[in-house]
Design a protein. Sequence first.
Length: 267
Amino acid sequence: MSTLRRSTKVVGVAAACALAGGIVYGTGAASADHPTGKTTAEPHNIGLLVKEIKSYYGATQDADGVWQASADSAYADDMARITAKAERDIDRAAKKAKKHGEKPAVVFDIDDTLLLSLDYEIKTNYVYNSASWADYVARADRPAVPGTPDLIEYATRKGVEVFYNSGLKETQRASAVENLKKVGIDVDLDADHIFLKDTAAPPAYLSGCATATAWNCTTVQYKSGTRKHIEDQGYEIVGNFGDQYSDLEGGHADKTYKFPNPTYYVE
């Protein structure tokens, strides 16, 4: 997810209703299935949608009462299909880059792209609250999105550099790094590879939409501007991964990979 948390999040299950029934998860840029939030038909019933979301994730509570996604769920199956294709693409891209003397890189969002916030969404009835979200992130105990630690390990093994492009706040950096390490993602976790939203001191490469006194960047501007900055350092971004379309739009990546997330929508 862009990551989210984020002034632009459309809040709650009601937002997901407008998206249900029309979204197909997979690779590539948004196309005919791109959600618009507009409909002339009766929207999906919220009560039924909540049940469908839990069923899709195979959501069950563990011994500590934490909601987890099941390994045999439709969600896990979709993730396995997407990550398998991504690995094949990364293999080809790495070989091509090596042949042409390029520096291949992959870029990952964090929230619901690498770290699953299903427990938070269910327990808050899919309604975002800045204070509860900050507390949740600070715990640094979210599980991994299925298959992503292996995907990052695979990319690293193929000689592909890993970057992280997240809407988490700069003040949440330590928690993000701690949580990523807990789930087995311990690659390129330094400040040169993890880009977080710093509204107090925006980087110079976002000068078109942010200054020291005003942050006016949309999610797409922030994310695509960061990818351009990575490219400007000499990298070829062979794969860009996110759970929101706003993680992927704006160019500056050879391929994009949309991960499933029916729980919220970030413009």
